[in-house]
Ligand binder design. Structure first.
Ligand code: GDP
Ligand code: IMO
Ligand code: MG
Length: 431
């Protein structure tokens, strides 16, 4: 039995999609347990690019089962469009390859409108959400008023819950936000239609996953977002509305923690962040722009330019503490090629006091000035390296430094977006 969780060790967009695609070869089932279509996971396979927002990144491997578990908030329109696009490209021919949790909460049109209206009202204090309705949908889930996938296939229950929700949401939209109201009838018809199309995929995903694990299948849990965006442990309120840390994989999928063999954290060889919130190593100069251009750091979901900065070791150490990482999959090392020197943040100066750990208070994190260690760069193109020993000595030294300062072994190095631009040093499914 082997069940591995892959999570983002920074602020999201670390390259989880690519890493999950690589590990999927060794797994039988791949699961998304948290988040929604705020995620954008990019894969490049033999020159073809795929971006997944909801469907697990293992879907391109024929015969592997992909599960969207109960903890995910599902926008059915986005999911069905993703299914259609995959079908057009010759994938997901057998609908049994994809399974969706009956208990997953559904993102409704009012969630999206509320997300946008609220951000607009916040003005300069906005979170910078992906505007996909994620927060408002999770709020309804926690308030126990949400509409779930199972409701969409029971028209009477659905109509009742929709009416109750619209009663309040339309009041808010009209009287608080000055926005347009949502029509009960058109929403009912549209979402009942989605329910019919989703029906063949809907199952008890917790039961399915536990049976799979009990009969010896290997399960790979695909995290979304990143550790610092976790609702409980991240840079609140500049976070998403779910648990992005490893525990979320268990609660979201209904698989017990003792069935998990290990957690792999994905981290870029530098750092990026989209949306607002503290980011001590952020670069505002031409070096930041160079990294953005070389790394093509523009959001997979919203197209927004990502904020770029140096590797922040306290952040990754924090991710290690929260997730207990068995290894780091280090991505985008190739983006740093050609820089004469590279900086690594090893701690912070907060108001004159040296700190080794991520400050828990937002004002302190915002005030944190990075303390850097500087290392030599390398000039060589590393995108064709097949083994760790193929990397220039300075690049090897840089990876070893990251291991030392983050306290975690780098078990995979990614040197380009393509599936085959990957150096696997230790495979979690085999060790
Ligand atoms: P995710 O949300 O964690 O799956 O990451 P995204 O897909 O949003 O962003 C990662 C981006 O980096 C994608 O465009 C990937 O194709 C790309 N990428 C992943 N690994 C590498 C790498 O090692 N080198 C380069 N140059 N690009 C990479
Ligand atoms: P993947 O899975 C990077 C960020 C948003 C915003 C905050 C809250 O591709 O790594 P939300 O729409 O979730 O309410 O936005 O979280 N965010 C992400 N940033 N990668 C993601 O997903 C993200 N999902 C949400 O930019 O700052
Ligand atoms: Mg992404």
């Amino acid at each position: 039995m082997k069940s591995i969780i892959v999570i983002g060790a920074q602020w999201g967009d670390e390259g989880k999609g690519k890493i999950v695609d690589i590990y999927s070869e060794f797994a039988d089932t791949i699961v998304r347990s948290t988040g929604g279509n705020n995620a954008g996971h990019t894969l490049v396979v033999r020159g073809e690019k795929f971006i997944f927002h909801l469907i697990p990144s293992g879907i391109l491997h024929p015969g592997k089962k992909c599960v969207i578990a109960n903890g995910v908030v599902v926008d059915p329109k986005v999911l069905l469009a993703e299914v259609d696009r995959l079908r057009e490209r010759g994938y997901l021919k057998d609908h049994a390859q994809l399974k969706v949790g009956l208990l997953a909460n559904i993102i409704m049109p009012y969630h999206i409108v509320l997300d946008r209206a609220r951000e607009e009202k916040l003005g300069s204090r906005k979170i910078g959400t992906t505007a996909r309705g994620i927060g408002p949908c999770y709020e309804d889930k926690i308030a126990r008023t949400g509409i779930r996938a199972c409701d969409l296939i029971h028209p009477d229950t659905f109509a009742e819950k929709l009416a109750a929700n619209l009663d309040l949401k339309n009041f808010l939209l009209k009287h608080y936000y000055g926005a347009e109201e949502i029509s009960f009838q058109s929403c009912l018809e549209e979402y009942t239609g989605y329910g019919e199309r989703l029906k063949p995929y809907l199952i008890d995903t917790s039961s399915f996953l536990n049976e799979e694990i009990n009969r010896g299948s290997k399960v790979l849990f695909e995290g979304a977002q990143g550790t610092l965006l976790d609702i409980d442990h991240g840079t609140y309120p500049f976070v998403t509305s779910s648990n992005t840390t490893a525990g979320g994989a268990c609660t979201g999928s209904g698989v017990g923690p003792t069935k998990i063999s290990g957690v792999i954290g994905v981290s870029k060889a530098y750092a990026t962040r989209v949306g607002g919130g503290p980011f001590p190593t952020e670069l505002f100069d031409e070096e930041g722009q160079l990294i953005r251009d070389r790394g093509n750091e523009y959001g997979s979901t919203t197209g927004r330019p990502r904020r770029c900065g140096w590797f922040d070791a306290p952040v990754v150490r924090y991710a290690h503490r929260l997730n207990h990482l068995a290894g780091i999959a280090l991505t985008k090392l190739d983006v740093l090629s050609g820089l004469s020197r590279i900086k690594v943040c090893i701690g912070y100066d907060v108001g004159g006091t040296k700190r080794d750990e991520v400050p828990l208070s937002l004002p302190e994190f915002e005030a944190a000035k990075p303390v850097y260690e500087q290392v030599e760069g390398w000039k060589e193109d590393i995108t064709t390296a097949k083994a760790f020993g193929d990397l220039p000595k300075a690049a090897q030294k840089y990876v070893r430094l990251l291991e030392e300062v983050s306290g975690v072994e780098v078990t995979l190095v990614s040197v380009g977006p393509e599936r085959n631009q990957t150096i696997v040093r230790r495979n979690p499914f085999r060790s």
